[in-house]
Write a new protein. Structure first.
Length: 233
């Protein structure tokens, strides 16, 4: 497998005690963020009650969003075109301003999500790689389902433990947009960590831990199978 992956999505859900968001407050927050190059957004959408968002579009696909719901705010980058370090700087800045504007002293829980892809070296089809080779299902699926498979793979859940912070929910499957790439999603849920206003760096630290988990655990797990087919066991 190619060691350098291709991130396509970063997002964080920052949960708080339920509250009603006032449009004038969010409008002022939008203006305040517009004065910060790292966290400015180009547009707002206040048309759906209880679901307000700031957003920017760049290029054909990229979408940056800061979404406000009654019990959380969500920052996301779809089809990312910035490194994780830039996203984390934006996250800390925007989240800090949002907590101040909404009068939030702490966040009782948060999630971090990274989606990325790895290109295979010795396989042209990620479905064959994952289902037939990794999962040993060659010839065992079609007799029962009798339909073509668009995507397939593995789902793993690692609970939080005293030695491992956060519950990790992992999807490893063939990537629908590119035949020879493996898609990976890691959503980490941090339900036991209270994040104070002045400690948003903890969210960034958890993001980096997820990134390291992909590089240090998921990649070597998959890479051990991406060998020439004559070496199959």
């Amino acid at each position: 497998m190619q060691a350098e992956d291709r991130p396509i999505h970063f997002s964080a859900e920052l949960l708080h005690l339920p509250c009603k968001h006032e449009v004038p407050v969010l409008q002022k927050l939008y203006f305040d963020l517009s004065q910060k190059r790292e966290a400015a957004y180009d547009n707002t959408d206040f048309s759906v009650p209880g679901r307000f968002r700031f957003f920017s579009k760049r290029g054909a696909k990229n979408l940056s969003t800061l979404l406000f719901l009654p019990d959380r705010f969500v920052m996301a980058e779809e089809w990312v075109d910035i490194p994780l370090s830039d996203f984390l700087a934006k996250l800390e800045l925007a989240a800090g301003h949002a907590m101040d504007a909404l009068g939030l002293g702490f966040l009782p829980a948060h999630t971090t999500t990274i989606r990325t892809t790895f290109a295979l070296t010795h396989f042209d089809d990620a479905r064959q790689f994952l289902l037939d080779h990794v999962c040993k299902q060659e010839g065992r699926l079609s007799p029962h389902f009798q339909r073509p498979i668009a995507a397939g793979g593995l789902r793993l859940v690692f609970p939080e433990t005293p030695d491992h912070r956060g519950a990790y929910n992992i999807i490893i499957e063939s990537f629908r947009h590119s035949q020879n790439e493996v898609f990976i999603e890691v959503k980490a849920i941090f339900a036991q960590q209270r994040v104070m206003r002045d400690d948003l760096g903890l969210v960034a630290s958890n993001f980096r831990a997820v990134r390291e988990f992909i590089a240090d655990s998921i990649f070597p797990f998959l890479n051990q199978y991406d060998s020439p087919q004559e070496n199959w066991m």
